[in-house]
Design a protein around this ligand. Structure first.
Ligand SMILES: C[S@@+](CC[C@H](N)C(=O)[O-])C[C@H]1O[C@@H](n2cnc3c(N)ncnc32)[C@H](O)[C@@H]1O
Length: 346
């Protein structure tokens, strides 16, 4: 039986957002970038971050208490080693964009109760990739910052089987196409995503030196066909954004894009059958409601059922390097990689 929480733990839950807001505000105000070249006093931080000195002092002290900063003997503030690695813009391990995205998501999360009452997001579409280029860039490149750490391990989780062509539906910055091309020799990949995302993907793919093997093209996964004769269709971190009906439609068109015996890979965070673990995925499920009405976290069994209904068989569930993430693999059988009518609804 699970142990009861004490007063301290319940308080920590209630005050949890105080902690995250210190991190988010410090990133939004570029505090860690201001300290990137060495320690500074309060007045200098206040000036560089364009805030009153009293505000700077309170924020710097709280960030020090949370071990994001350290204070030296002269009263100057410096980045902790963690902040240097993860919270400065220029670091190769930077999570700055992703923290800014979490700052953006705080708004719908702050109205979670209302979203739960309504049964859908309070401001639907607001966190969709629409016409806010700064948000699109942070979301897509932030996800790349985050995912590129573990993406190659996903590609290593299963054999290439001589695959030559992978279609990465909702592929974002192309993080997984890049990883699969690095790990699977001779593979070419196509990222399919919305127009503003495709532009960013092109840049990331070019910087990865893989422009000769990976292309990015515009496509709408609600209605477009994804191609023909592919060896693999990848749906990474996509289906939790969508209702079962949309998942079935996307999976059906994924199966239809494959050669006979080709594979659909569904990568993402899934609930255990109890639905109460992993903790991250139970929260992801709420995030899907608060941010993108229609989305939800599925159990692996629920996803396997959808894959089967879309005409895929031999479904396997593989672990990945990211603890709460899983990779589901389904295969087309028989002639022409076709699906039945249940898998092709619009
Ligand atoms: C959570 S991100 C996952 C990106 C990438 N697959 C990954 O795992 O890093 C979801 C992706 O779905 C894309 N997307 C959302 N709606 C779409 C649509 N209607 N058609 C194509 N892509 C879409 C988004 O632009 C975004 O890149």
């Amino acid at each position: 039986m699970a142990l009861d929480l004490g007063l301290t733990q319940v308080s920590q839950l209630a005050f949890g957002y105080w902690h995250s807001q210190v991190l988010i505000a410090a990133v939004e105000l570029s505090v860690f970038d201001a300290l990137a070249d060495g320690p500074l006093g309060v007045e200098e931080v206040a000036e560089r971050c364009a805030v009153p000195a009293d505000s700077a002092l309170r924020l710097l002290d709280a960030a020090t208490a949370l071990r994001l900063l350290v204070r030296d003997a002269d009263g100057g503030y410096a980045n902790s080693r963690t902040a240097e690695r993860l919270l400065t813009t220029g670091s190769p391990e930077s999570l700055v964009r992703w923290v800014r995205v979490m700052g953006r998501w705080y708004q719908p999360w702050g109205r979670l109760g209302q979203a739960l009452e309504q049964g859908h997001a309070v401001e639907d579409r607001s966190e969709r990739l629409t016409d806010d280029p700064a948000y699109v860039e942070d979301f897509i490149l932030g996800m790349h910052e985050y995912n590129s750490r573990t993406a190659e391990a996903v590609a290593r989780a299963l054999p290439a089987e001589g695959a030559r062509r992978l279609i990465d539906v909702g592929g974002g910055a192309g993080s997984y196409s890049i990883a699969f091309c690095r790990v699977w020799e001779g593979l070419r990949a196509e990222v399919v995503d919305l127009a503003p995302v495709v532009e960013l993907a092109g840049k990331v793919i070019g910087e990865a030196g893989l422009a000769d093997r990976i292309t990015a093209r515009t496509g709408d996964y609600y209605q477009d066909a994804f191609g023909t004769d592919a060896d693999v269709v990848l749906l990474s971190n996509v289906l939790h954004q969508e209702s079962p009906e949309n998942c079935l439609s996307i999976l059906g068109r994924s199966a239809a894009a494959l050669r006979p015996g080709g594979r659909v890979l569904v990568h993402g965070h899934f609930l255990e059958e109890s639905r109460t673990a992993p903790v991250f995925t139970t929260l992801h499920n709420l995030s899907a409601l608060a941010l993108w009405s229609g989305g939800r976290s599925y159990t692996t069994d629920e996803m396997a059922e959808l894959m089967t209904a879309a005409g895929l068989s031999d479904i396997e569930v593989l672990p990945t390097a990211e603890q709460s993430a899983r990779l589901l693999v389904g295969r087309t059988a028989g002639a022409a990689g076709s699906t039945d009518s249940t898998g092709t609804a619009g």
